[in-house]
Design a protein around this ligand. Structure first.
Ligand code: DGL
Length: 277
């Protein structure tokens, strides 16, 4: 019998920054990746819409037999992780959250920056995270409209991206941050451009490796880790948008050629956004 896959989804290709860490850490695991490119970007959408899309994507992955679902999108996690867990109490669901905790633990200046979408930064979940883990540390936030779209196109460098990053990050640098949290899964693909924009004095934090370790822990605890295999694991990629666009992005972002990419369509119904605890 083919072992069940790990399911991941994002509004688009951003979650591939999490996928690559999971594929590196757990090479025996099959994966199914869903890019909801018909609806990217999620960031500027109202919470009820983000929740409905997130529930539809989680339902789709569970229908495909995913043994664990990674919501590889900060925006979807910030808005709907709790309600997805409530809707499928038996399922293993791992979400993203901006790495405010390690940034606050690591800062020497007492000021940290978070780059994320408006959907993430406006969510109650983000405010609770800051209250809980950033005691005594100033948290400065920025969203960079347009960046997600660049990454969707597979553009990771160039003068327009550098100018946009300089503009968005200037207030954070002026505030004296020494840690910058990448709070959107699209941004790690821009790490060289972001590091160049903030300079060597700022530590840039990508939470994807920590999420991959969390997936490993959750699967081990449930005794669901795939046995070591002689053959490389199979990976399937689905998009609600253009198959050719995802194929191109896989090559540009991950150097994957000839990957299996298919079309998917989601059943979208109203769902609750996260309610304040
Ligand atoms: N990659 C997503 C995130 O981590 C969302 C980007 C978007 O669709 O706006 O927030």
């Amino acid at each position: 019998m083919t072992p069940s896959p790990i399911g991941l989804f994002d509004s688009g290709v951003g979650g591939l920054s999490v996928w690559r860490c999971i594929a590196d850490l757990l090479p025996a695991e099959r994966t199914i990746y869903l890019a909801d490119q018909a609806h990217v970007p999620y960031g500027p959408r109202p919470p009820a819409e983000i929740a409905a899309l997130t529930h539809a994507a989680a339902a789709w992955l569970l229908e495909q037999g995913a043994k664990l679902v990674v919501i590889a999108c900060n925006t979807a996690s910030a808005v709907a992780l709790a309600s997805v867990r409530q809707a499928w109490p038996q399922a293993l669901i791992v979400g993203m959250e901006p790495a405010v905790k390690p940034a606050s633990a690591g800062t020497r200046s007492g000021r940290v920056g978070v780059m994320a979408t408006p959907g993430t930064l406006h969510a109650d979940r983000f405010h609770r995270l800051v209250e809980r883990f950033a005691g005594g540390v100033e948290v400065h936030t920025s969203f960079c409209p347009g960046l997600v779209e660049w990454v969707e196109q597979g553009w990771l460098a160039g003068p327009e991206i550098d100018a946009l990053l300089r503009r968005c990050l200037a207030p954070l640098l002026a505030a004296g941050i020494d840690q910058l949290v990448l709070g959107c899964t699209h941004y790690p693909f821009l790490l060289p451009a972001i590091q160049a924009a903030v300079g060597p004095g700022v530590t840039v934090i990508d939470p994807a490796p920590a999420v991959a370790r969390q997936v490993q822990r959750r699967l081990a605890a449930a005794d669901l880790l795939a046995p070591a295999a002689a053959m490389p694991a199979q990976h399937q990629f689905y998009t609600t948008g253009e198959v050719a666009a995802l194929q191109t992005a896989l090559t540009r972002l991950l150097g994957l050629t000839g990957a299996s990419v298919r079309a998917a369509s989601l059943q979208i119904q109203a769902a609750d956004a996260e309610v304040p605890a």
